[in-house]
Write a protein that binds this ligand. Structure first.
Ligand code: NAD
Ligand code: UDP
Length: 308
């Protein structure tokens, strides 16, 4: 049994991770400020003696002794991270600084939830970890992209300067049950619209691509990475099965048997044109690859959204 700190543990990926770590017999401290996380997603864990919730903002310092830290705290959907962009940048940069100080003090291993957004609007396809990216430093997505890039820099500098045991994972689009229906991401928007008989909103002409990974696959990858010795990353974690956003919307319409119309809305600024992970490194180093295909994953997710 390890004592594990999960920041952002009440968020979409975080609550799945907390559950899996508890199921594996660990003691889990979930730290969250509930900006996008939902209390109902961890409500059933509160009576578990091996689970502790701390309501706290990682921009402020805190002292928690632990053996492993998963740093997930950061809003992930564009409308949420753009809502208070200055705060988003502080969360990424000051947040990881505070967590790295904890890791240094307690000799803990720290994993940073980085993102495919560090590749920006990629000129290399698919994206592998040696690609430095094509990021706009002054656009509406920059608070998130540059914040995550700076966090990777701090991780590597603590590793080089203080020998901190670090793991950087670059997560590609992830979906599944317990997403917030109001999160504003394409999967949650399209499913909710399809189920409610509303227009399904596709931004731009829908030809931009994404590669969607089911949350259980992703969580397995995070845990494998954390427990792998002698590796810092960055390592991509995502499902390399690439599709257009229009294809995703059509698939959701079909799977929900919905009468909704697909309508086209303006493409947000700096929306990446394509995105697909090269996961050779994760396969070779972690023996990891996604197992759940999009149709099964969407069916599970749709069943969840029917209950909210
Ligand atoms: P989410 O918004 O559902 O969860 C983020 C959690 O962090 C929420 O519970 C929120 O309340 C908490 N939080 C935000 N700011 C905080 C702060 N200052 N202090 C304490 N807690 C704070 O997002 P998610 O989809 O679960 O993403 C989790 C992590 O994975 C994020 O760091 C995100 O950048 C990264 N990521 C996610 C995806 C994806 O597709 N979901 C893709 C790439 C990277
Ligand atoms: N998108 C869309 N309709 C929506 C929400 C998003 O067509 O209702 C598009 C968005 O413009 C982007 C893709 O879907 O091209 C994925 O968006 P999301 O916000 O889920 O993730 P990200 O842009 O961060 O990859």
């Amino acid at each position: 049994m390890k004592k594990i700190l999960v920041t952002g543990g009440a968020g979409f990926i975080g609550n799945h991770l907390c559950r899996k770590l508890l199921a594996d017999g660990n003691y889990v401290v979930c730290l969250d400020n509930f900006f996008t996380g939902l209390k109902k997603h961890i409500a059933d864990l509160l009576d578990n003696p091996k689970f502790k919730l701390i309501e706290h903002d990682i921009v402020d310092t805190i002292d928690i002794d632990c053996e492993q830290i998963y740093n997930l705290a950061c809003p992930a959907s564009p409308p949420h991270y753009q809502y208070d962009s200055v705060k988003t940048l502080k969360t990424s940069v000051l947040g990881i600084l505070n967590m790295l100080e904890l890791a240094k003090k307690y000799n803990a291993t720290i994993l940073q939830a980085s993102t495919s957004e560090v590749y920006g609007n990629p000129l290399q396809h698919p994206q592998n970890e040696t690609y430095w990216g094509n990021v706009n430093p002054i656009g509406v997505r920059s608070c998130y992209d540059e914040g995550k890039r700076a966090a990777e820099t701090l991780m590597m500098d603590y590793h080089r300067q203080h020998n901190t045991d670090i793991r950087i994972v670059r997560i590609f689009n992830t979906y599944g049950p317990n997403m917030d229906p109001k999160d504003g991401r394409v999967v949650s928007n399209c499913i909710m619209q399809a189920l409610n008989g509303e227009d399904i909103t596709v931004y731009g002409d829908g030809s931009q691509t994404r590669s969607f990974c089911y949350v259980d696959d992703l969580v397995n990858g995070l845990i494998l990475m954390m427990n792998k010795e002698g590796i810092t990353g960055p390592v991509n974690l995502g499902n390399p099965s690439e599709r257009t956003v229009l294809n995703l919307a059509e698939m959701i319409k079909k799977l929900t048997d919905s009468k909704s119309k697909i309508v086209f809305k303006p493409l947000p600024s700096d929306d990446p044109i394509k995105r697909k992970p090269d996961i050779t490194l994760a396969k070779n180093e972690l023996g990891w690859e996604p197992k759940i295909d999009i149709e099964d994953g969407l069916k599970n997710t749709i069943e969840y959204f029917k209950t909210v």
